[in-house]
Write a protein that binds this ligand. Structure first.
Ligand code: NZQ
Ligand code: ZN
Length: 389
């Protein structure tokens, strides 16, 4: 196996009633807080009032930025940067899903530089050396943004959706209360489950030299999602289900499972182009792409990985030909996404059109061929898009 650095310095408060610690954590960084959130779900579930009460009790001076969009836009980031500078903000508090947390990460970084925050992205991206401290309260289990150093921002003007990783973007503290996800719709729960699984599978179907311990850990997390996502959809207030999804979302992408992995992710660059052009939900795009990508990549040289996946995650009978098991694995994953979770299964259903494939494939490979589980050229990406129609 390869050597690696393990460094996940995010303090997590997990469980119900942990918000009592919010004030003491924020005050470590100062008194002036920028509270950010999305389109209003935090008000509907009563969380906004609780947070404001805690902040006032702690004597914080509160500034607010609401309306952060799903697939968050660079305009929201710019607005946040402006507020941080104007009001001399000490600490940012993001309350919401991955979109709110991602946008707030780049507000925190943008507040420390003079240039436009969009310059943090792309081939000639400016360095991120500093960021204001960020605290998060997670309300949707999906992206893992609450415990990772990345974020993804959309620029509608250029039809780009670009990601960036940088250690200063890591939240200082994240509050993970599964009861805050009781109100997440069946659709967003399903999309979140697909996103969590994809984060694990991008690594599982990827490592150049596998570490058995990490493979077992990943299979355990995948089994957890397969077990609990349907329960969370059927019983939205099932604490065990919501808690298992929440903690898995964080561990799927916080860096632990990477174990020295040297290869790129595959489905995420292909999906980000779908969201950039069609503004679709990230997890839905991943659910449609992933089984087709697995089918496209399968061959005699990598079949054993599919066998482990099928046998250990879906309990497929191991006493069959490897190719048979591999194909059953792909089928079981499709059935899980499209039958059990009820997600749409084709580009046609969600309105994604062939005429955009060439340009989306070119952009998916903007930094060169995708050197993941199997190297994908723009032509390969186009063929995978075709399989999704
Ligand atoms: O905006 P509000 O009103 O809050 O509603 C949101 C939004 O409409 C709603 N929601 C969130 N919590 C809720 C709730 N509704 C009811 N009850 C609650 N408790 O759900 C909708 C989707 O929210 P969003 O934050 O967009 O979802 P998600 O967490 O899936 O984030 C998606 C974004 O994260 C990026 C994606 O590309 C996408 O832009 N990603 C970020 C990653 C990272 N930081 O590492 C990695 C991922 O691969 C991903 O790319
Ligand atoms: Zn993702």
């Amino acid at each position: 196996m390869n050597s690696f650095i393990y460094d996940i310095p995010v303090k997590v408060y997990f469980g119900e009633n942990q918000l009592s610690h919010l004030g003491e954590e924020l005050k470590k960084y100062g008194n002036r807080v920028l509270l950010t959130y999305g389109g209003g779900s935090i008000k509907r579930i009563g969380l906004y009032d609780n947070v404001i009460e805690v902040l006032h009790k702690a004597g914080m001076e509160v500034f607010e930025l609401s309306g952060i969009e799903p697939n968050p836009r660079i305009e929201s980031v710019r607005e946040g940067v402006k507020m941080c500078k104007e009001h001399n903000i000490d600490v940012l508090l993001a309350v919401g899903g991955g979109s709110t947390i991602d946008a707030t990460k780049f507000m925190a970084a943008g507040a420390c530089v003079e240039h436009d925050p969009w310059e943090f992205f792309g081939a000639n991206a400016k360095p991120i050396e500093r960021a204001l401290p960020l605290v998060t309260i997670l309300t949707l289990s999906a992206t893992g943004s609450e415990m990772d150093s990345g974020g993804v921002i959309s620029n509608l003007a250029t039809q780009d959706k670009l990601g960036r990783l940088a250690q200063p973007l890591l939240p200082k503290v994240s509050f993970l209360d599964p009861t805050l996800t009781y109100s997440v719709s069946a659709y967003q729960t399903a999309c979140g489950a697909a996103d969590i699984m994809s984060h694990i599978m991008e690594v599982y179907f990827n490592m150049n030299k596998d570490l058995y311990m990490l493979d077992c850990f990943m299979e355990g997390m995948l089994k957890t999602v397969v077990r609990y996502a349907p329960i969370a959809i059927a019983e939205p207030e099932n604490y065990e289900a919501r808690a298992n999804l929440m903690w898995t979302s964080s561990w799927a992408i916080n860096g632990f499972i990477n174990g020295g992995k040297k290869k790129a992710w595959s489905c995420h660059p292909m999906e980000h182009e779908l969201s950039a052009v069609y503004d679709i939900t990230h997890g839905l795009g991943l659910a449609i792409l992933t089984p087709r990508w697995m089918e496209y990549c399968l061959d005699e040289t990598n079949v054993e990985k599919y066998v482990s996946f099928g046998v250990n995650v879906f309990g497929i009978d191991a006493n069959q030909e490897p190719m048979t098991i591999a194909k059953q694995s792909i089928q079981r994953l499709s059935d899980f996404f499209f039958k059990t979770l009820g997600l749409q299964s084709t580009f046609t259903e969600v309105g994604i059109k062939r005429e955009d494939f060439k340009e989306m494939a070119r952009k998916a490979c903007r930094y060169g061929d995708i050197r993941g589980f199997k190297t994908l050229t723009p032509e390969d990406v186009e063929r995978i898009y075709e399989m999704c129609l």
